[in-house]
Design a protein around this ligand. Structure first.
Ligand code: FES
Length: 157
């Protein structure tokens, strides 16, 4: 969704539908990111007002949870699990390889806009570590060679 006024209307609707909910902030932020793809920074004030919170509280939650994006993601999102089981099986090396291949750091997007690189903290595949997720698809037992191949294909697509 690119149109600012559509985004604004949708955010307003989502605020209204969450207003009466206890502990509404996290579900609301998830709903906004699911519908729009990110949490527009100029919506923080609206969200705060709608939920009777301070801007600082809303901003604090958005920045605390790496899951939330303040800018739109690239065409594809690659998440590398960095929780304990995956770290023990080389997740940090996979992340370093991904950063080098894409030319961007975790939570950034490659310069051609094709891939946003993110860290995840357990994708539920601990027994088959290391794990990554590409958009909605999980990949277990990831190797450097397989990761490089996946990233090269995504970058070229
Ligand atoms: S620790 Fe990586 S999938 Fe659970």
């Amino acid at each position: 969704m690119n149109n600012k006024s559509d985004q604004h209307s949708l955010i307003q609707e989502l605020i209204e539908s969450h207003q009466s909910m206890k502990g509404a902030l996290l579900p609301l932020l998830h709903a906004i990111q699911e519908k729009i793809g990110f949490i527009p920074s100029d919506s923080v004030g609206e969200i705060a007002k709608g939920l009777n919170l301070s801007r600082a509280e809303v901003h604090g939650v958005i920045t605390y949870y790496h899951f939330f994006r303040a800018v739109p993601a690239g065409k594809h999102v690659v998440q590398i699990c960095r929780a304990e089981a995956c770290q023990a099986c080389g997740a940090n090396e996979l992340l370093a390889l991904a950063e080098k291949t894409l030319g961007c750091k975790s939570h950034e997007t490659s310069s051609n806009g094709s891939v946003t690189l993110e860290s995840a903290y357990c994708l539920g595949l601990c027994a088959s570590s290391p794990a990554i997720q590409v958009d909605d698809k999980l990949h277990a037992r990831m190797s450097a060679d397989k990761l490089k191949k996946i990233l090269t294909q995504l970058e070229a697509a």
